[in-house]
Write a protein that binds this ligand. Structure first.
Ligand code: MG
Length: 393
């Protein structure tokens, strides 16, 4: 196997929305195309991009990770059985990088890692989910993935009625579970913010027939322990699907304190970018393997090579991969969910286009989505995204 070309670009994923912590008006994504040549001149071009929430990584890609991947020898990127080896490529990219302090290099490496897995599956002529099931899951793939509609962002001037209308659209698209942002009322004392959010939550719950298991709420790491506990006390009787990122993602001790008080499921992990950070959460965050949800996003955290290490770590700590529901709403994580038996995947029906969303013509039915039988990640079955990726030439 030989890497013959790597191209990178930047695409906007800006949107006039905000969560409790950031707005997305200037958000960008890196896109890459990696062309690989194998036995007998067989070639494939794999595509990658970074997930929303972090910006394009053109500097790190241009200065460190693309040159290292270009310089990788054939032996480094070829497995013993002659196939393209993303783990070998990963090791070549991470040469001369110290441990710890992962920063956003994990995003840059993740973009290239996604392209390498896309190419690996294309070279074998199989969908990535099938390749993953065969290599890592004894051939077992799920028939469909559970997905939920993530939205409920703050827009200027968006009131409760517009929020409920948005959620009604998601139900009409075939989703049965929805997620909304909370904790974003700017500069409001906690008591007033909580009152306002409870009105928003109860309006959406009414639409869901009062079934809390069909609604998740997301704080995006905004709260300190005091606010997280105050909200937790109000939310607990609603038995929500989960209470997401209530606290700073790296503050494990406060998670443990909240988990002692708040019995229903807590979800977090989308802003932990390495196996080691994930392991610290598992060791010190007080999370409960029988109910809590882990949202590590492979596209932001060094890619699938690292995600496989994270899954191995989780199993060693008594966690099932079914507790994982990755952040990001992209086809890469959806392939991983189906091929490796995760609990499901996020979906953004109305934001982060064209990177969010799955293959065209694959409907969501009762909150589940099937995978197209297309070689690679499936970008060739998603026209709007493919058009952006093809600008790389
Ligand atoms: Mg989130």
């Amino acid at each position: 196997m030989r890497i013959t070309a790597i191209r990178q670009g930047i695409a906007p994923i800006s949107s006039a929305i905000a969560n409790a912590y950031i707005d997305f008006s200037k958000m960008t994504a890196s896109i890459v195309a990696v062309t690989v040549e194998g036995e007998g001149g067989r070639r494939a071009t794999g595509y990658g991009f970074n997930s929303n929430g972090r910006y394009a990584q053109q500097g790190l890609l241009a200065e460190r990770f693309i040159p290292r991947l270009e310089a990788a020898t054939e032996a480094q990127v070829t497995a013993a059985d002659g196939r393209l080896d993303p783990a070998g490529a990963w090791a070549a990219m991470m040469r001369n990088e110290k441990p710890g302090g992962h920063g956003e290099r994990s995003v840059a490496v993740g973009v290239l890692d996604m392209a390498l897995w896309d190419a690996a599956a294309k070279l074998e002529g199989v969908p990535l989910w099938r390749l993953l099931a065969d290599r890592f899951n004894k051939g077992r793939a799920d028939e469909a993935a559970w997905v939920y509609a993530a939205g409920g962002y703050y827009h200027p001037g968006k009131g409760v009625d517009a929020l409920v209308e948005e959620m009604r659209r998601y139900l009409g698209m075939g989703y049965s579970t929805v997620k909304m942002k909370i904790g974003g009322a700017p500069g409001t004392p906690i008591r007033d913010a909580l009152r306002e959010d409870m009105q928003r939550i109860e309006a959406v719950l009414k639409l869901l027939g009062g079934d809390g298991s069909r609604l998740a709420v997301d704080v995006n790491g905004r709260f300190g322990l005091h606010a997280a506990l105050a909200y937790g006390a109000a939310l607990a009787p609603l038995n929500l699907r989960w209470y997401e990122e209530p606290l700073d993602p790296l503050d494990y001790a406060t998670h443990a304190a909240l988990a002692e008080q708040y019995a229903p499921p807590i979800a977090t992990g989308e802003n932990l970018f390495s196996m080691q950070d994930a392991r610290n959460l598992i060791r010190h965050g007080g999370l409960r393997p029988d109910r809590d949800i882990l949202q590590f996003d492979p596209a932001l955290s060094y890619g699938l090579v690292e995600y496989l290490r994270t899954l191995e770590m989780l199993v060693a700590h008594g966690w099932s991969p079914r507790r994982c529901v990755p952040h990001g709403g992209h086809q890469f994580a959806l392939n991983i969910a189906v091929g490796l038996g995760l609990g499901g995947n996020e979906s953004y029906p109305e934001v982060f286009a064209p990177f969010g969303g799955f293959a065209d013509d694959v409907p969501v039915v009762e909150g589940r989505v099937r995978m197209p039988d297309v070689p690679g990640i499936g970008f060739e079955a998603k026209n709007e995204l493919l058009a952006v990726l093809r600008t790389l030439g």
